[in-house]
Design a protein. Sequence first.
Length: 289
Amino acid sequence: MEQSRNITKKSASNLALAFILLPKPKRDGMSALYAFCREVDDVADNEQTPPEERRRQLAAWREDIALACSPEGKPRFPVNREFQPFITAHKLPFALFDELIRGCEMDLDIKRYSTFDELEHYCYRVASVVGLLSIEIFGYQNPRCRDYALHLGKALQLTNILRDVRTDAERGRIYLPQEELDRFGVTAREILSHQYSDRFERLAESVAARARHYYHLALEALPPEDRRSMIAAELMGSVYWRLLRKLESRRFDVFGPRPTRLNKLQKLHLIARTWWRGASGGMVPNYGV
């Protein structure tokens, strides 16, 4: 597990933060999943490498994770070798890993999304699929947890997209749907040149409204009997909900040199609150209201 733990520790991501609330076996399983996700995402985002070479590398990751999903397979990549026992124990299907890699491949080809439907298909692949894999590691009783994972994944990814508008623009990417740009009179050139306006604020608010909708759907979908097992996902929901509220308080002015983030004290507060609600059986929601 050394490789996976090192990748997770170095990432300092909100997803890795949530693992602190898990018992060690599940924490190790999630570290292995996170390390795999981090590796393929880094391949897709490496602008120093030509797209065709990145495509070849992602194909190699697809082939190797397929070996990890086979009981007698012998994956070559260290991360996948560490992940294989968890894949076997939790019966994680190759089809979901294939979908995740297809999401990464979309970033090689697509710089714009015309509609919310197109964007949400991307969100499903790069976020909801991770949720579907995660809940198998967490363990659950009620199949409605799958709907919970689908909705929460889209909510988190839409929040990420709003936070990272400038970072994505620097790579020539605009994830905000073109239909929404047209509706609010915002041009691609304005976003690529980091121009904030009242029109952009209204555009961002329309995407935030879609994110809030999915947070609410996730809140409704989570079965009461599975709240404790989903504690790490609930912490993620809490952190990103707070991030969305912070973006709202700044009127979605996301073009500054530093992305909007929660500070350590805010994160510690959310960790403590989520842990207490899980331990006490508290039903007060962390997000979506």
